[in-house]
Design a binder for this molecule. Structure first.
Ligand SMILES: NC(=O)c1ccc[n+]([C@@H]2O[C@H](COP(=O)([O-])OP(=O)(O)OC[C@H]3O[C@@H](n4cnc5c(N)ncnc54)[C@H](OP(=O)(O)O)[C@@H]3O)[C@@H](O)[C@H]2O)c1
Length: 330
C-alpha cells in the first residue's frame, strides 16, 4: 500500500467490517478498533503512523482509541493523530469514532492524575487541543480512583457530555462492583455508561466477570490487548524477533512474559488455528469477538491489520474447537 500526497479512502471500506450496536445505545462500533498506545511516539516515523491510520480506515476500522498519556512522551499519539486527521481525514470526521481517556499520570502535581473533576475536565480540554477537535465521540475514565468519590468522577463525565465535549462516556479497568456503582450514578443523572474497556484475551480472562456485569447493565464491552501484546500470534514461536514489542521497545511487555509454559499453549492454539484455516491472531480475535462488542487492535505495521481483519471471515467455533481451546487454556 502506498499513499501519495492526496489520500482517497478505499471505496469498499464499509463492505468488509462488521458494525455492532454498543450495549443498548444506537451507536454501532466496528468489530475492530485501532489503538494508539504503542508505535505513535516521539521517535516514530510519521509516514508509518499515517499508513497505520489510513490503512485502518481503508479496512473499515473507523474507531480510533487514544488516551491523554499515550506516547512516549505523553500526549504524542494524540498530537500525531491530530496531524493525520487534519491532513488526510478532515472531510471524514463524521465517519469516525474517536475515543480518549484520562485517569493515569499525565502531568506533575496533584491535578494530573486520578478521577477528580479538576483533572478530567482539564485533561479532555488538552486532548481536544492536541487532536484539533471540538469534541471526542467517547471519553473514558481510564481507571477507578478509590481516593475520589465516584459521584465526583460521574459529575465530571456529566459536565463533559452536557458541554458537548464528548458524545458518550465510558469506563475502563473497573471491577464489576465499581461498574454497577458508576452505571447507577450516571443513570440517576440521566446519562448512560456506553462502554467498558478492559483487558481480555484467551490468555487473560480475569475480567470475564466484569464483562458479564457490563452485559447485564446493557453496557457494551471492548477488549484491549486481545493478542496479549503479540503473544497470541505466531511471531514468538521461534524466538524473539528484533523488531517486536518484546525485544525491548515497550516497558509493558518483555521477554520475561514469553515463558515456556505460555509458548506451549500458544503452539497448541496455533495448531488449532491452522486446522480452522486461520492464523493464530485471527483465531484469537474471532474468539474474543464472541465475548465482546469489539476488540482494540494494536499494530506496528499496517500489514498486521490487514491480516487481523480477516478474522471476520470465520467467527464461529464448533463445540469440538471450543472444548479443545478450553483444554489448552486450562
Ligand atoms: N484502557 C486501558 O487501560 C488500555 C491498556 C492497554 C491498551 N489499551 C488499548 O488497547 C490497544 C491495543 O493494545 P495492544 O497493542 O496491546 O493490543 P494487542 O493486539 O494485544 O497487541 C498488538 C501488538 O501485537 C503485534 N501484532 C498484532 N497483530 C499481529 C500479527 N498479525 N502478527 C504478528 N504480530 C502482531 C504487534 O506488535 P509488534 O510491535 O511486536 O509488531 C502489535 O503492536 C492499545 O493501543 C490501546 O488503545 C487500553
Amino acid at each position: 500500500m502506498k499513499y501519495t500526497d492526496f489520500y482517497e479512502p478505499a471505496a469498499e471500506r464499509y463492505t468488509r467490517m462488521q458494525y455492532r450496536y454498543c450495549g443498548k445505545s444506537g451507536l454501532r462500533l466496528p468489530a475492530m478498533a485501532f489503538g494508539l498506545w504503542h508505535n505513535f511516539t516521539i521517535s516514530s516515523s510519521y509516514e508509518n503512523c499515517r499508513r497505520l491510520i489510513l490503512g485502518a480506515f481503508d479496512l473499515g476500522i473507523n474507531h480510533f482509541d487514544l488516551a491523554n498519556n499515550y506516547g512516549p512522551v505523553p500526549g504524542t499519539s494524540e498530537k500525531i493523530f491530530g496531524e493525520i486527521l487534519k491532513a488526510d481525514l478532515s472531510e471524514h470526521r463524521d465517519e469516525l469514532v474517536i475515543s480518549t481517556k484520562a485517569g493515569y499520570d499525565m502531568w506533575e502535581g496533584p491535578y494530573g492524575t486520578g478521577g477528580s473533576k479538576k483533572y478530567l475536565i482539564a485533561s479532555l480540554d488538552q486532548s481536544l487541543r492536541r487532536m484539533g477537535l471540538d469534541y471526542v465521540d467517547i471519553f473514558y475514565h481510564h481507571r477507578p480512583d478509590p481516593e475520589t468519590p465516584m459521584e465526583e468522577t460521574a459529575e465530571a463525565l456529566e459536565q463533559i457530555v452536557r458541554q458537548g465535549k464528548a458524545l458518550y462516556v465510558g469506563i475502563s479497568n473497573y471491577s464489576p462492583k465499581q461498574t454497577a456503582q458508576m452505571e447507577g450514578i450516571l443513570r440517576d443523572k440521566g446519562l448512560h455508561c456506553l462502554i467498558h474497556q478492559l483487558r481480555f484475551s484467551m490468555l487473560d480472562q480475569e475480567n470475564l466477570p466484569a464483562i458479564r456485569e457490563a452485559e447485564r447493565l446493557s453496557i457494551g464491552t471492548i477488549a484491549f490487548c486481545p493478542l496479549a501484546q503479540g503473544l497470541l500470534t505466531d511471531k514468538y514461536l521461534n524466538g524473539i524477533p528484533e523488531d517486536s514489542r518484546a525485544a525491548g521497545h515497550s516497558r509493558f511487555f518483555g521477554k520475561e512474559q514469553i515463558t515456556e509454559e505460555a509458548l506451549a499453549r500458544v503452539r497448541a492454539l496455533n495448531d488449532l488455528a491452522g486446522q480452522r484455516g486461520q492464523s493464530l491472531a485471527q483465531m484469537a480475535l474471532a474468539w474474543n469477538l464472541g465475548r465482546n462488542t469489539s476488540v482494540i487492535l494494536g499494530a506496528s505495521r499496517s500489514e498486521q491489520l490487514q491480516e487481523n481483519v480477516r478474522a471476520l471471515d470465520n467467527l464461529d467455533f464448533t463445540e469440538e474447537e471450543t472444548a479443545r481451546i478450553e483444554e489448552i487454556l486450562k
